[in-house]
Write a protein that binds this ligand. Sequence first.
Ligand code: SF4
Ligand code: SF4
Length: 382
Amino acid sequence: MPAVTAAAPPMTCRPFGPGPKVSVFTLGLMRALASPLQLQQVVAKALAIGINHFETAPSYGPSRIYLGQALAALAVPRHRYVITSKLLPGMDVASGLAVVRATLRHLRLDRLDRLAVHGINRPEHLHWALDGPGAEILAGCQAEGLVRQVGFSSHGSPEIVEQAMVSGRFGFCSLHLHLLNPAMMPLARQAMAAGMGVMAISPADKGGRLFDPPDLLRRQCVPFDPLELAYRWLLGHGISTVTVGAAHPSDLVWAQRLAQVGDGMPSSVAAVAERLDQARQQRLQDTFCGQCRRCLPCPEGIDIPALLRLRNLRLGHGMVAFCEERYGLVGQAGHWLPTVRGDACTRCGDCLPRCPRNLDIPRLLQHTHGLLQGPPRRRLWG
Ligand code: SF4
Ligand code: SF4
């Protein structure tokens, strides 16, 4: 494979907190791991279309090692790429620093551009990062010049994300921000207004398996492809960058087509997104969950909005495979996803007076369970 020496074609780059700008598409390196050559081919394609931001993590198997090998084999000049790696919360200081040093060794770098706490999903993770060993690790990495900027990713609630954001400790965050799950968008705007970078986690997959959308969703998104609409909608909202967990060079086709995306929300995108919203509500009628979260907390620990969101998508857009997959992961993925399924509802009624839509939540949870239950699943990693 030839060395990467020529200038990449222009892909729009945006600020991502302090530090170098990043391309509007980020290559997530958790899937192209069958061989070093597979990852190298994906990295080469990403560079060729102007992607300059790569995301890796110790949890992604040999990803860091393969990425270091690929960048060396392709002779990519250092100024051509920005790397974000991650660190799981919970480690003691010595272990955390050892992981960061191993990351640098694998990547063949003296300094990491960005380091994210991988999954501030619960209060104890935030405490670790702000006041516990994590605080010492992050400060030590920056003092030693091992890391330029720190941030976090979260699969947690808006409350925990907001606490992390307003701590002022982080320069960027990676969030579940999606066309079909916009609950975090106000927080994303708040973060960007405060100068933080915001990355949307995997719109193609976590955003609804949009790489393989159902026919109903396809029809509802016309004239856009559902994945195209999802990307345009996020970037139209000013999100700094969106991740693509490409397994093959061909998975970067939309990143290539949208490489020169501009600022601002195109009216055509806003109109179709609005139409999609209306279609969902019309199909759900008086069982539509508005995702306001006022029904929480549930004494059984059921994340009512998260489960009813799957019901919204299953019935509103025909998203059978995605919703069954995500429901199958409930209770199977620790703190990364909801832990309690809908059939755990005891019908205690606590949530009922809090729902502004007067939904029969116990009945809807039972319906969701019947609709989506299947064999338990496993996450991609961890
Ligand atoms: S009725 Fe069911 S969902 Fe509502 S609070 Fe009680 S256990 Fe939770
Ligand atoms: S209060 Fe009602 S509408 Fe709001 S998230 Fe809960 S179930 Fe949905």
